[in-house]
Ligand binder design. Structure first.
Ligand code: MGD
Ligand code: MGD
Ligand code: SF4
Ligand code: MO
Length: 747
């Protein structure tokens, strides 16, 4: 490769651009003891509350932000009337104010420049940055077509830029929360039941008799009401069955923990189907009435006995039979949880299909204690002209994957690398609210793509790794300092919630809606932005919905009665599933016609070579991905990740708890930083485990820098789901190094 045109800049290099003087003086003032005293005194002052919903993860709990008379944000508390939180926030939501107070926040727009032959960022005015971005939008459109400008996004800011991109003429849009997250489960469930699972998952956990978690680590995965309902279900005597190679928090609360050999879940599920059918434990009436393809399924699973699965999964046949009977006895109040981050081994749509089929056999879809029918309220669209019709977009870029339902980030990345057979050349990116350098594996490919781009703009609140690759960085204010779209919840009953600013944006940060509108207006898209303040959009929408911003500011959340019918299937009437046949598709003709297995097949996945262990990762209750690690409140709760190592492995290598080690993966990629060992029986001997999101390498993140290992760095091999393009990430193996490999290399 030629020398990198766009060199990675750590924002710590800012000094060269000459902006630190002013901000460091401010920083010093900020940590002055005199100021701290004043802040303390303020706590006694009167607090006012403003309505918001949380943006620390995507459960979107409604909350109240409390601000003192000086306009300083003091605390956030859950809204009692909200079905997403029932008045209680998780530790991350409570700690959300740390995001507002974080002194490492992005403070001004930044533009890449060269000083003394070195690439660096310089501080820019908003006008200058927005003019430059608008000129790039125009230039890309003239030279290649608007389609060549891609948007990679996540969360609330993404919505505002999506409107801008569509108005501009580009539908080249993707997010890691699809192909690196829940994509396969949506495809698997649509194929079977005709419906997405969606968020929040319509799992009727509070009324279930049996909850089966297959790698779904609720309790570490802190999706608020799901955790609350799970503990309610346990109190009510529900049986929890957890399938996880690691003793997760959920596994520790389970009656049955099946410590499965990684990558073999489909074999276990086929054996469960075998027992459930052979022993007649399935819901015969439900299957007869609502399902297609039972005979094919029955014939197919006959050979997949628990004895067969034992050799593959290491789970004893009697344990497989026993748990299948527990599920059968609980039917239909049983949930095989569809999971959420399900991109594991590349056959993930098929694993999701196996989960869906088990739910169907047990009659749980549309049944109390299984899955309820969710409902939401439509928020009217603020009037604007029709979007132009792009010649191609995310759909065409992902055309190799017939059942992808959203943009596939990795395909957009590949389309950004010029080649003769690339029909859909992507030339510029806007990255908004997503830290792709930590959420998308195969860094080499990602860096190559970013290097080839004509232009890249990043919108973030923090100087995250991804900002270092940008030509322009725009600082967004936090969710506590802005209006955003109305949250319309998909739940047992519909509700809406608003986000209103509790304080003025700190520094020179601005909300995404404002940036999008500014760029849109510079592009002549005035008709798409017929308002001065996004507040007017919300006001208009709320009025159309028979309420007002004034009312929502007082109550935060408005609950509506259901109008779509009962929560569960009305057995008196004939119910049609939204599939092509109107029935549950146990056997998928659609998959068959596309050349895929119509019934889920177990395939053997690669295993680690001697001396290597499978790299397993997951969540910690007090952090969301990489985004909260520098948050002062949450960093206080956990400031580094640890490497879980089985005592057997520790003995072989000679490891002790808290010893520092480095990791090397199967492709000889060595971790930049070290990690401390945690010797524990809670992880199998064939894998090691760490919490995702640590190992930040930007010094400007003062609390997060160099703490722990970045799992994504070690995920260089991916297994792509042939059905929907998901990025299977759990087929990477690491060796544990006890000596600092960087020291050795330096010599
Ligand atoms: N190795 C590995 N990769 C993974 C995962 C994993 O477990 N391991 N998990 C996968 C999953 S499930 C998902 S959903 C994806 C998520 O991946 P991402 O969408 O990349 O999520 P985050 O890492 O939270 O990145 C959010 C970024 O937005 C910024 N941000 C936070 N709030 C705001 C805001 O209000 N405005 C703006 N403009 N920016 C904001 C944060 O600073 C951060 O840079 O990652 C996937 N990738
Ligand atoms: N606190 C917190 N909560 C979060 C998030 C967060 O960042 N922080 N992110 C949210 C998001 S976007 C998502 S998508 C979800 C993800 O949450 P989940 O869907 O629950 O996460 P996964 O990463 O799929 O599951 C991790 C678990 O799978 C186990 N596992 C690993 N390999 C295997 C295997 O081969 N078989 C089986 N059966 N199990 C295996 C791991 O040991 C671990 O316990 O969490 C959400 N909730
Ligand atoms: S679950 Fe926690 S982090 Fe997620 S939205 Fe709710 S309070 Fe915020
Ligand atoms: Mo996710």
């Amino acid at each position: 490769m030629t020398t990198s045109r766009r060199k990675f800049i750590k924002i710590s290099a800012l000094g060269i651009g000459g902006v630190t003087a002013a901000s460091s003086a401010l920083n010093m003032f900020g940590s002055n003891t005199y100021m701290d005293e004043l802040v303390k005194q303020n706590v006694e002052k009167k607090l006012t509350r403003t309505a918001t919903y949380c943006e620390i993860c995507f459960w979107k709990c409604a909350a109240w932000t409390y601000t003192d008379e000086e306009g300083l944000i003091k605390k956030i508390i859950g809204n009692d009337d909200d079905s997403h939180c029932n008045g209680r926030l998780c530790p991350r939501g409570t700690g959300g104010i740390g995001m507002y107070h974080d002194e490492n926040r992005l403070k001004t727009p930044l533009i890449r420049t060269i000083v003394n032959g070195e690439q660096t960022f310089r501080k820019a005015s908003w006008d200058e940055a927005l003019d430059l971005i608008a000129s790039k939008f125009t230039g890309i459109k003239e030279k290649y077509g608007a389609e060549s400008f891609a948007l990679l996004k996540h969360g609330a800011p993404g919505k505002h830029f999506e409107h801008l991109f569509k108005a501009y003429g580009s539908d080249t849009i993707a997010e890691p929360a699809y192909a690196q997250c829940r994509g396969p489960r949506e495809t698997g469930f649509v194929l079977t039941f005709g419906s997405w699972v969606g968020s929040p998952e319509p799992t009727d956990i509070r009324d279930t008799k049996c909850l089966v978690l297959i790698g779904s680590h609720i309790g570490e995965n802190m999706h608020n009401t799901q955790v609350q309902e799970m503990s309610e279900a346990i109190d009510n005597g529900a049986t929890i069955i957890t399938v996880d190679p690691r003793l997760s928090t959920a596994a520790s609360k389970s009656k049955h923990w099946l410590a499965i050999k990684p990558a073999t879940d489909i074999a276990l599920m086929l054996a469960w189907m075998n027992v459930i059918i052979e022993e007649g434990l399935y819901d015969k009436e439900y299957i007869e009435k609502y399902a297609n393809g039972f005979d094919e399924l029955k014939d197919y699973v006959r050979k997949f006995t628990p004895e067969w699965a034992y050799g593959i999964t290491t789970i004893k046949p009697e344990e497989i039979r026993k748990t299948a009977r527990v599920m059968g006895a609980a039917s239909p109040s049983v949930i095989i949880h569809p999971g959420r981050h399900v991109v594991w081994y590349g056959d993930d749509t098929q694993r999701a299909r196996a989960m869906a089929i088990l739910n169907a056999l047990l009659g749980s879809w549309g049944r109390r204690g299984g899955f309820y029918f969710k409902e939401k309220i439509k928020v009217p669209k603020y009037p604007h002209p029709k979007y132009p019709h792009p010649k191609w977009g995310w759909h065409e870029i992902g055309e190799k994957y017939p059942l992808a339902q959203m943009g596939i980030t990795t395909e957009v990345i590949k389309a950004s690398i010029p080649s003769e057979d690339n029909k859909y050349p992507v030339k510029a990116w806007m990255v908004a609210g997503t830290n792709i350098t930590k959420s998308i594996p195969n860094k080499k490919l990602l860096e190559k793509a970013m290097d080839e781009l004509d232009f890249m703009v990043v919108v973030d609140t923090m100087p995250m790794d991804v900002t270092g690759y940008a030509d322009v960085v725009l600082p967004e204010c936090t969710y506590l300092e802005r209006y955003d779209g109305i949250r319309s919840a998909t739940n047992r009953a519909p509700s809406i919630a608003v986000r209103t600013p509790a304080a003025k944006p700190k520094y020179e940060s601005k909300p995404a809606w404002w940036m999008a509108k500014q760029i849109g207006e510079r592009l002549g898209l005035h008709d798409y932005y017929k308002y001065d303040d996004f507040k007017e959009v919300i006001e208009w929408q709320l009025e159309k919905m028979g309420t007002s911003l004034e009312e929502l500011e007082k109550i935060g959340v408005k609950n509506y009665p259901r109008t779509s019918g009962p929560l569960y299937i009305n057995e008196e009437e004939t119910y049609e599933f939204p599939t092509a046949s109107g029935k549950i598709e146990l056997y998928s003709q659609e998959l068959k016609d596309l050349g895929f297995d119509p019934l889920p097949a177990y395939t053997v996945h690669p295993e680690p070579e001697p001396g290597f262990y499978r790299l397993n990762y997951g969540r910690a209750p007090m952090h969301t991905f990489s985004r909260t690690v520098n948050n002062p409140n949450l960093n206080d709760l956990m400031d580094e990740n640890k490497l879980w190592v089985n005592p057997k492995v520790a003995r072989i290598i000679g490891l002790k708890s808290n010893q520092e080690v480095w990791l090397k993966n199967q492709d000889d990629i060595i971790s930049t930083f070290s990690i401390k060992v945690r010797v524990t029986e809670r992880v199998r001997w064939d894998s090691v485990y760490m919490v995702h999101g640590f190992g930040h390498d930007n010094k400007k993140l003062e609390k997060a820098f160099g703490k722990g290992i970045n799992d994504t760095q070690l995920i260089s091999k991916v297994a792509t789901d042939p059905i929907m393009g998901g990025t299977g990430m759990r087929g990477n193996f690491v060796a544990i190094l006890t000596e600092d490999p960087h020291k050795i290399l330096d010599v």
